[in-house]
Design a protein around this ligand. Sequence first.
Ligand code: FAD
Ligand code: SF4
Length: 427
Amino acid sequence: MSDYTLSEAVREAQRCLHCKMPACRKGCPIANDIPDWIGELAKGNFGNAMKIINTRSNLPAVCGRVCGHERQCEGSCVLGKKGEAIHIGKLERFVADFDWEAGLSHEAIPEKNRGHVAVIGSGPAGLTIAGDLSREGFAVDIYEMEQEPGGVLMFGIPEYRLPKEVVRREIKKIENLGVNIHTNVTVGTDLNVDQLFARGYDAIFMGTGTGRPKSLPIEGIDHPGVFQATDFLRQVNLEHAGLSEEEPAVRPGDRVGVVGCGNSAMDAARTAVRMGASEVTVLYHRTIDRMAALRSEYDDAVAEGVRFIWKASVTKVIGAEGDRLDHVELDVDGEKRVMPLDRLILAVGSAPATRIVSSTTGIEVDEKGYVVTREFPYGMSTRSGVFAGGDVTNRPATVVHAMRDAKLVAEGIARYIDAVKLMDSIK
Ligand SMILES: Cc1cc2nc3c(=O)[nH]c(=O)nc-3n(C[C@H](O)[C@H](O)[C@H](O)COP(=O)(O)OP(=O)(O)OC[C@H]3O[C@@H](n4cnc5c(N)ncnc54)[C@H](O)[C@@H]3O)c2cc1C
Ligand code: SF4
């Protein structure tokens, strides 16, 4: 499953200089002990390499595939200044895949005697909290509204970049620590935060992401030929996961426009190509240097035939029969243009849903709906015992930034529960 063979991975690891002040570690948002595990890998100690990675990351097989290494660890590696940086992402992926395939590491189920935590949402933030707190002796239950856990890893990022099998096995490792996952439970609809507390949890974590996609205030936008990138990717991912047989929204021969130029836009455009679209054009209102997508994703999209029009805003959508469009009107750098299109996919950002905060009291959000949290205990909302982290507090970011935030919140939750229990014991 990995790009490297065993000997290639060891040879690549042996190029590492084991810098005294490793810039790669500084470049990693979760401060992975990169030179240490690369050192073990260079000696052929695969199990030890995995153990070191496990101390910082719950999702190495995922990070090895979807992190922006070029902007983080690899972008900081000293070897990259004069030659080729160590391929840290590929090595991390090799270690995680090899460990799984060879069944090397087995973490013992920690004793759960420090308290009970409910985690809402099973994306990178929820999974990280669950893994970290479970290792620290807390009993953790995850409540997930989807039929399978994983959040954006399962239903956003497409199969060709992140196989669902890889997501499932990372989740299995977290379940093996004693974490219980309840799927098909929407907190705010099926039960609310007060009812969760009534079940005896000492703290609740909201890692609910930004599931409410934004739209554009333009004429014709409600036509059925216009849809959200997240809905499109979810539908295709459900099909890959064997959970749906619905006909995909993009059909062979379609001319597709994608509005936006971040992760979702790139994934939607490249997925549309894979569904057989005859033309896929990304329309972005800024210039290439302002796009949120990684340069490597853009290069891959171009190589697959996706066209880009910069400084382009859609000003009007004109529909045809049924769920087809006729064309869209564009403003390209001040010039009016007409573009024939069958489908228009929106990838213009997302915001948190309001279900949880509106079904209880005391959890304050800012004017855009992001949960307000504090520094001490880290990640606690305005309601005692309710914490939040990941995209629902940070705005849409990246997998590893959601993980970084969640690691800090896990420490905040542990401190909070320990303090409450101590106070109770001396009352
Ligand atoms: C299409 C796409 C591609 C991306 N590609 C990359 C990439 O290549 N690299 C990268 O680093 N980042 C990427 N990102 C960004 C990254 O995936 C997110 O930043 C990250 O997933 C945020 O993690 P999270 O746990 O905060 O939220 P999410 O992953 O959104 O998880 C939130 C979870 O909470 C659940 N939930 C929400 N409300 C409730 C409720 N009321 N009750 C129960 N469950 C609930 C949701 O179903 C979901 O499972 C991408 C994002 C998208 C949309
Ligand atoms: S910066 Fe590069 S060479 Fe130095 S320890 Fe990190 S990976 Fe190795």
